[in-house]
Design a protein around this ligand. Structure first.
Ligand SMILES: Cc1cc2nc3c(=O)[nH]c(=O)nc-3n(C[C@H](O)[C@H](O)[C@H](O)COP(=O)(O)OP(=O)(O)OC[C@H]3O[C@@H](n4cnc5c(N)ncnc54)[C@H](O)[C@@H]3O)c2cc1C
Length: 393
């Protein structure tokens, strides 16, 4: 059994679906998405879906802003509903983090992101339930909030199908064929060969295993990131906005049904490597108690919330917490992975950038910070890596 495709995308998460849409929108015919389970079965379906716009580089700021515009206008631009809720985001930093935050705010302003810096005593004006002690400042992003990663994936997939893309679920790629340093196609679990000169690894938490099929090693660690869900009591009042407490190392994001999703923000996931097959497993009670302690320090009124559930999520993390969006050393074999916990909010821009790259166009955003070989080059230059929010201070 064999057939031919113009491009094969491995992985039907938000990255693969966005890319399929963008390739088809640029006129590429014969795009095939192969998903081993079902759409959004990976990290996407477990994502908290926060959309914040604080990033340490102009490129990521531009990408998140353009993605935000897509989420806000999803029905017109793509079709379907992104689940975007523009409840605003507050980001609290310690006094030591303030200089880095000020530099990032300058980048945000240059790029056109709406954001303002507040001294801690002004926080009460926006959200009196957050404890300002220990904070050096708070960044307010009025347009940030959250969206629904599964809905966005399904929206992109439906729009891609309308443009001729074949989306095949329950089909795992088991081999990647390479000849003379160039990709020539894939083989599926059914033994079917699909010949293609373009194969994209959008396999998220499984990207390392998929890259290995082509003899490529990715510097990606799959790190555990558990999520905890609590139900706010009636006394809590109206829902809180998204709050990212970088000083205290916790976040909260509201959900319908008086629920709050919360977890750690200390970026220590690489110290907790996880087998991606354990995605969604129940989190332990001790772990939940530790996380909820931080949550109720940030928002004391949440101390009365009722614990509902905790599950194991995971991030595919690169050394600089930024994705790899590039052709690999195997020609025609592209990588769109290593999303490092921001693959939802960047997905519209990632799909666009990868489609521009694959079709030989100029990319709208400078893609140097996402180059495949940047880690080795940075090490040679003795550079340290930036963090995912503020950069090095
Ligand atoms: C708990 C949690 C919270 C998060 N919170 C946020 C957030 O607040 N904001 C944000 O922007 N991002 C967040 N993220 C990150 C974001 O959700 C992910 O980066 C993004 O969804 C990854 O999408 P993806 O398509 O790259 O990968 P995935 O969703 O992992 O998709 C990869 C797909 O590839 C398939 N696959 C694997 N191997 C094969 C194979 N051999 N053949 C065929 N298919 C294969 C898998 O089944 C899977 O469906 C969070 C993630 C998690 C887990």
């Amino acid at each position: 059994m064999s057939r031919t495709a113009d491009a094969v995308i491995i992985g039907g998460g938000v990255t693969g679906a966005s890319l399929a849409f963008h390739l088809a929108s640029r006129g590429v015919k014969g795009v095939v998405v192969l998903e081993r389970k079902f759409l959004a079965a990976g990290g996407t379906g477990r994502s908290v879906g926060v959309i914040r716009q604080l990033y340490p580089s102009p490129e990521t700021c531009r990408m998140v802003l353009s993605s935000l515009r897509v989420f806000q206008n999803f029905r017109e631009v793509v079709g379907g509903d992104s689940g975007y809720v523009g409840c605003g985001a507050l980001i609290g930093v310690s006094p030591a983090m303030l200089p880095s935050l000020e530099r990032s705010l300058e980048i945000q302003r240059e790029v056109g992101i709406r954001a303002e810096l507040l001294p801690p005593h002004e926080l009460a004006r926006l959200e009196p339930r957050i404890d300002p002690s220990g904070l050096g400042a708070v960044l307010h992003e009025p347009e940030s909030g959250y969206g629904d990663p599964t809905a966005v994936t399904l929206g992109y997939a439906a729009a891609a199908r309308d443009r001729g893309v074949a989306i095949e679920q329950g089909v795992a790629v088991t081999e990647i064929r390479v000849d003379g340093g160039r990709v020539t196609g894939v083989v599926t679990q059914n033994g079917e060969s699909i010949h293609s000169r373009v194969v994209v690894n959008a396999a998220g938490l499984w990207a390392g295993a998929v890259a290995a099929l082509a003899g490529i090693t990715l510097p990606i660690v799959v790190g555990r990131h558990p999520v905890f869900i609590v139900k706010r009591g009636a006394a809590f009042g109206p829902p809180h906005p998204v709050y990212l407490d970088l000083a205290g190392g916790t976040y909260v994001r509201p959900e319908t049904g008086d629920l709050t999703l919360t977890g750690s923000l200390v970026e220590d996931e690489t110290r907790h490597p996880m087998d991606p097959e354990l995605l969604g497993n129940e989190a332990g009670f001790e772990e939940a108690a530790e996380a909820l302690e931080l949550t109720s320090r940030a928002i004391p009124a949440l101390a009365d919330a009722h614990y509902q559930q905790g599950y194991a999520g995971a991030f595919d993390i690169t050394p600089d917490w930024m994705p790899i969006l590039d052709e690999s050393p195997v020609r025609g074999f592209y990588i769109a992975a290593g999303m490092s916990g921001h693959g939802f909010k960047l997905a519209p821009a990632v799909g666009q950038m990868m489609a521009e790259l694959i079709t030989g166009g100029r990319t709208t955003v400078n893609r140097a910070p996402f180059a495949f070989d940047r880690f080795a080059a940075a090490r040679r230059r003795g550079e340290s890596f930036v963090g995912s929010f503020l950069g090095s201070s």
